[in-house]
Design a protein around this ligand. Structure first.
Ligand code: AMP
Length: 207
């Protein structure tokens, strides 16, 4: 039985693609922490920390937090002992500058990514999912204007980073339309196709 010695994953997709939910499932299965920069920023805003005060306006407008600040936050998190054998990053890197920061960090530790999970969801679908989430969760950055801004940033700055990872043959392109379970199965099957299976369970997603 093969099992992944390391599991260093990114999950990339537009807002509303379900990457948060799917990312948690993948991280849990592989026993690695899910690190979602948006969640960390929101917790800091809620807790009124110095970081939270710095980023609150930026997040509410749907702009990107400066790269240096974001990358430092991620480096600190990935240096925690629970991320020693892997992690799943959700929402980072978000642009080419952050890709370079992550590359430098991982190279410095003699590590590399194992896979980049790309969730593909058409624009209309992600907008309607975000509107739904806005009415359910009341996130301050899920208003119509801010949603449009965040999706535009995704298309302009984040989607192009997939080309960088495609050149490294790391990208698993997953159709994100379907039920939660269907999409989860596609992700695990694609990971298994690369020999990436959760510890102790070589059968997950292989069906
Ligand atoms: P998310 O939950 O991933 O959509 O992130 C919510 C907000 O947090 C984003 O709209 C940005 O303002 C900020 N944010 C999250 N991740 C990053 C990142 N990697 N770089 C810059 N800003 C980020």
């Amino acid at each position: 039985m093969t099992s992944a010695a390391s599991a260093r994953f990114l999950i990339v997709g537009p807002q509303g693609s379900g990457k948060g939910t799917q990312g948690v499932l993948v991280a849990e299965a592989f026993g690695v922490p899910q690190v979602a920069t948006g969640d960390i920023f929101r917790e800091n805003v809620k807790g009124g920390t110095d970081l939270g005060k710095k980023v609150q306006e930026i997040i509410e407008a749907g702009h990107l937090v400066p790269d240096e600040l974001t990358s430092e936050l991620v480096r600190d998190r990935l240096e925690q002992p629970d991320a020693e054998h892997g992690f799943l990053l959700d929402g980072y890197p978000r642009n080419r500058g952050q890709v370079e920061h992550l590359d430098a960090f991982l190279e410095g530790r003699g590590e590399s990514l194992d896979a980049v999970i790309e969730l593909v969801v058409p624009r209309d679908e992600s907008i309607s999912r975000l509107q739904q989430r806005a009415s359910e969760q009341g996130r301050t950055d899920d208003t119509e204007d801010v949603i449009a801004n965040r999706l535009a940033i995704y298309e302009r700055e984040t989607a192009p980073i997939l080309d960088v990872y495609r050149e490294r043959d790391l990208v698993l392109r997953i159709d994100g339309v379907g039920t939660l379970d269907e999409v989860t199965e596609r992700i695990f099957a694609a990971l298994a196709g690369r020999g990436l299976v959760p510890n102790g369970d070589a059968s997950v997603g292989a069906a």
